[in-house]
Write a protein that binds this ligand. Structure first.
Ligand SMILES: [Zn+2]
Length: 187
């Protein structure tokens, strides 16, 4: 599997395109840079079959509705799913960004997940948001805004953030992140 990173939009959010082979791709956290993300996918001649979201903040979900309209299925944890439908919950209102509402097609579950032929692991990691998760593919850990590497973790002072939960999540993540390349939601 090949991973392409696109730094997109004014929040400089990292979107990742996972080339699964056979021209199929997953996209993790398509944010505000819809055009840049689409351009990269076009140039790679990939078809996006699913969008996986590490959490429901606007700068990570902004382009989800666009991908859904192009035929991709949308996955997020059940806890953060309401953020796909509410511009206050996803924090877009604070940054004057209107996120197009979009229903998920399925929920990411803790442990093993399988979409089409692709298998991956999800670790729930509440703290930054209540429904944050880390998505693990092979040797890559897509940590969203939970963990940025080098001991740096995400803010917990947003609406449903919780520092105590974050501490528990970081402890829980230690064995999962061992030997993995951490690919976070921002550099
Ligand atoms: Zn966030």
């Amino acid at each position: 599997m090949k991973v392409h990173k696109i730094i997109n939009g004014k929040m400089q959010e990292n979107c990742y395109v996972l080339d699964l082979g056979k021209n199929q791709a997953f996209v993790i956290d398509p944010g505000l840079g819809t055009k840049d993300i689409l351009k990269t996918i076009d140039s790679l001649k990939l078809k996006v079959i699913a969008v996986l979201l590490t959490h429901g903040h606007f700068d990570h979900i902004y382009s989800a509705a666009k991908f859904k309209s192009l035929g991709a299925k949308i996955y997020i944890t059940e806890k953060d799913a309401p953020k796909l439908l509410d511009n206050e919950l996803n924090m877009g209102f604070m940054f004057e960004e209107e996120v197009e509402a979009c229903l998920p097609d399925g929920f990411l579950v803790e442990g093993k997940n399988k979409i089409e032929e692709a298998e991956f692991e999800v670790v729930f990691s509440p703290g930054h948001t209540s429904g944050s998760c880390v998505i693990i593919f092979d040797n890559f850990a897509f940590t969203g805004d939970t963990y940025f590497g080098d001991g740096i973790y995400g803010r917990c002072d947003f609406l449903d953030g919780n520092i105590q939960d974050m501490k528990e999540s970081l402890k829980k993540l230690v064995p999962y992140l061992k030997g993995k390349k951490v690919l976070a939601g921002h550099d």
